[in-house]
Design a protein. Structure first.
Length: 114
């Protein structure tokens, strides 16, 4: 059974930092491209960042320079380090694994508010 489990969300003040984790099981993690998406209330899913199995990274313009995606293939985990958080970063964050099939986690809530 394939599982992607996100963690690390919470409430943070503007300008603060959080690190999200997504632990995968049931897949050969190293061959999957890993992506973070987010969905704010009343809005569509928004692509945030991708870290391909070949280690290429890509970021949405809205998070470039503030967020960093990384992965530990030995731990089957992908991370999203989020710095200089803004209220508009408030959303539910999801990880996705894309390879022979596509899998999604259940998400973790990030709220940026003073």
């Amino acid at each position: 059974q394939v599982q992607l489990v996100e963690s690390g969300g919470g409430l943070v003040q503007p300008g603060g930092s959080l690190r999200l984790s997504c632990a995968a099981s049931g897949i050969i993690f190293s061959i999957y491209d890993m992506t973070w998406y987010r969905q704010a209330p009343g809005k569509h899913h928004e692509w945030v960042a991708t870290l391909a199995s070949g280690r290429r990274t890509a970021y949405a313009d809205s998070v470039k320079g503030r967020f960093t995606i990384s992965r530990d293939d030995g731990e089957n985990t992908v991370y999203l380090q989020m710095n200089s958080l803004k209220p508009e970063d408030t959303a539910r964050y999801y990880c996705s694994a894309a390879g022979p099939q596509i899998y999604w986690g259940q998400g973790t809530q990030v709220t940026v508010s003073s």
